[in-house]
Write a protein that binds this ligand. Structure first.
Ligand SMILES: *[C@@H]1O[C@H](CO)[C@@H](O)[C@H](O)[C@H]1NC(C)=O
Ligand SMILES: *[C@@H]1O[C@H](CO)[C@@H](O)[C@H](O)[C@H]1NC(C)=O
Length: 180
């Protein structure tokens, strides 16, 4: 009759034997039990809980600030203090889900900006090119210091992104991850 200790001992033996057979040429073949702490550390980060106040919208966690208006840099800092990043949008589906949650006729800052290179819009969190759902006539550079993007919902008239001066104060949207 095998008790648990004996089973565990056998598994450990088998594990180390397997590791020996696999040889140093392919360390990838290690089984989870070869090094449990490393295995646990490398589990996908998605199972971590999002920061407080962040809610699932589509497939990612966001916080939509509906009251406080800040300029773009301050809004970015506020998102960091909350454990997230000024948001960028992944695709059309996500854009629609976010737009549906916006108060009509209010501008919300997102992390999309072209500070590095005019006309090249990237996400503040990842530096990756952002998905761009421009509203009608955008991007339209009226003033010289327009590098910061906001999103709005004008009900059925218009919706999407607009580029404007970063010193303007708007409410804002934070994301929890750095996927985009
Ligand atoms: C197991 O993982 C830990 C943490 O990464 C590491 O310090 C240790 O050297 C590893 N042990 C083996 C046998 O690979
Ligand atoms: C935002 O406001 C802060 C604090 O007043 C200021 O230091 C910063 O320069 C402003 N940023 C922009 C882009 O206007």
């Amino acid at each position: 009759m095998l008790d648990h200790t004996a089973v565990l001992f056998f598994v450990l033996l088998a594990g180390s034997h397997y590791g020996y057979l696999a040889g140093s040429e392919n360390l990838e073949i290690q089984k989870p039990w070869d090094n449990l702490s490393t295995y646990l550390e490398n589990l996908p980060k998605k199972i971590e809980l999002p920061p407080p106040k962040f809610r699932l919208i589509g497939s990612r966690y966001f916080y939509i600030e509906q009251q406080i208006e800040q300029n773009w840099t301050t809004a970015a800092s506020t998102c960091r203090e909350m454990g997230g990043y000024l948001a960028a949008i992944k695709d059309e589906e996500e854009a629609q889900a976010i737009i549906a949650r916006l108060t009509p006729f209010v501008f919300y800052y997102v992390g999309i900006n072209d500070h590095e290179e005019k006309g090249s819009f990237v996400s503040l969190a990842s530096g990756k090119p952002a998905f761009l759902k421009w509203s009608k006539g955008e991007p339209d550079y009226v003033f010289h210091d327009q590098n910061c993007v906001s999103i709005f919902n004008f009900n059925d008239n218009d919706e999407g992104l607009m580029v404007g001066p970063c010193s303007n104060k708007h409410t804002f949207i934070c994301q929890a991850d750095v996927e985009i």
